[in-house]
Ligand binder design. Structure first.
Ligand code: ACO
Length: 401
């Protein structure tokens, strides 16, 4: 009756695997990745088909519930989310308490954690509470992120409309002037939907693993997702979209040619990496990057984005992909290499890129938290270590040191 894991533990054997290169923490049926072949599927559906045909909330439903919604199910989700997009006055006060130039990821993490205090009826592990928290997280994180955008631009907050289309509402709250309303360009709506879909889930990445490990202590879903936002903020993870655009700007300012910049990266002299390049799992190409690149050209023309930066990015990619350093290490553009160009063309400042990633990743975090909650084999996450410190020594009094 004793599990294999328990028997192994009793042998005292411990595996060391920094960065969990080869260690699975769970079984999951949400997202399938074949890194060598460049394949990404949500619940079996290829990312390319979802990106082409679907909308973000439809994909959110798929990730969370395992099946594509029927029209009725999708309408019900759209309506529920739309009804909950307004946020408590206390959240607005909270958002207003930070300096205007505060990094939005810091504020977002705090605001998501704080949602549990404003909506206590959704806090808990019952199916009803988790269902409500799912809707509230999808709805209110969109409004919070749109408000962060407004505050960065110096605008007062405007109220969400009940019943609006998710992406339209998000963009309207983010960008409308206080008097009057912006018309959402269908090309922009499509681009936002597409980018959110591409970020929807990516199995056990750093932020999702964080959500799971925090949730494994039975911390509530808001605390777990807030921790995921913290993990996502790092430049080696979600922060790479921001870092990539800053990198393009730095190259322009430095006066270096692209070849000179690539040479510096290869030297590892200043610790520079080619941001938006490389991936732990993808070793042939990142299929999300391929979709973004395919649409970036068209959309940037439609949106009037920076052609110069796009051309520079393409040139950088071309040079890197024909260079032995990158070929040997199997380094390819990842999803973050081109996304910043699109966000920027839509009018988002660089600091908002990673919060937009967080909005897209929300259904993934929620789906994993729920999957973990419903898996009877879930145990509290608690890695082992190999202790390398002093074995034992006697206390030395202060005057004798
Ligand atoms: N530019 C230059 N060299 C790189 C890069 C890069 N972007 N990425 C990896 N390398 C090199 C490393 O220096 C190392 O070289 P070495 O063998 O000579 O020491 C080799 O490639 C392997 O790199 P690791 O750091 O061991 O790879 P790991 O799997 O741990 O890291 C990561 C993956 C973090 C994504 C890395 O490629 C990176 O830092 N990329 C830049 C940041 C980035 O774009 N992150 C976004 C990831 S996608 C996402 O979160 C959505």
């Amino acid at each position: 009756g004793v599990s294999v894991a328990t028997l192994l533990r009793d042998t005292g054997l411990v595996t060391v695997d920094p960065g969990f290169m080869n260690t699975a923490s769970c079984e999951s049926s949400i997202t399938y990745i074949d890194g060598d072949a460049g394949i990404l599927r949500y619940r079996g559906y290829p990312i390319e088909q979802l990106a082409e045909n679907s909308t973000f909330l439809e994909v959110a439903y798929l990730l969370i519930h395992g099946e594509l919604p029927t029209q009725d199910q999708l309408t019900a989700l759209n309506n529920r989310v739309a009804r909950h997009m307004h946020v408590h006055e206390g959240i607005k006060t909270f958002l207003g308490a930070f300096p205007r130039d505060a990094h939005p990821m810091a504020v977002l993490s705090g605001a998501i954690s704080a949602l549990s205090t404003f909506y206590p009826e959704s806090v808990g592990r019952s199916p009803e509470q988790i269902e409500l928290a799912t809707v509230l997280l999808l709805a209110k994180s969109a409004t919070v992120i749109a408000y962060l955008q407004r505050r960065a631009g110096g605008g007062d907050l405007i109220e969400p409309r009940r019943g609006g289309h998710y992406v339209d509402e998000f963009m309207r709250i983010a960008f409308s002037p206080e008097s009057g309303e912006i018309e959402i360009d269908p090309a922009v709506r499509r681009a936002v939907d597409l980018l959110l879909i591409l970020h929807g889930d990516h199995e056990q990445n750093c932020s999702t693993s964080t959500v799971r490990i925090v949730g494994s202590s039975h911390a509530n879903i808001y605390a777990s997702v807030a921790a995921g936002v913290g993990a996502l903020s790092g430049p080696l993870h979600g922060g790479a979209n921001e870092a990539a655009l800053r990198m393009f700007d730095q190259i322009k300012e430095s006066g270096d040619t692209i070849e000179q910049f690539v040479a510096k990266v290869k030297d590892k002299a200043e610790g520079a990496r080619l941001m938006g390049f490389g991936h732990r799992v993808y070793k042939s190409y990142d299929p999300r990057g391929a979709v973004v690149k395919k649409t970036a050209d068209k959309l940037l023309t439609q949106l009037g984005g920076s052609d110069e930066t796009f051309q520079m990015a393409q040139r950088l990619e071309e040079i890197a992909l024909s260079d032995d350093y990158f070929i040997e290490r199997k380094l390819y553009p990842n999803v973050d290499f081109y996304t910043g160009l699109l966000y920027s063309a839509m009018g988002f400042p660089t600091a908002m890129f990673t919060p937009l990633f967080a909005l897209g990743r929300m259904p993934g975090w929620i789906a994993h938290y729920r999957e973990m909650l419903n898996d009877p084999r879930t145990k509290i996450g608690r890695p082992r270590q190999i202790y390398t410190g002093e074995v034992e020594r006697d206390y030395v009094s202060l005057e004798d040191r």
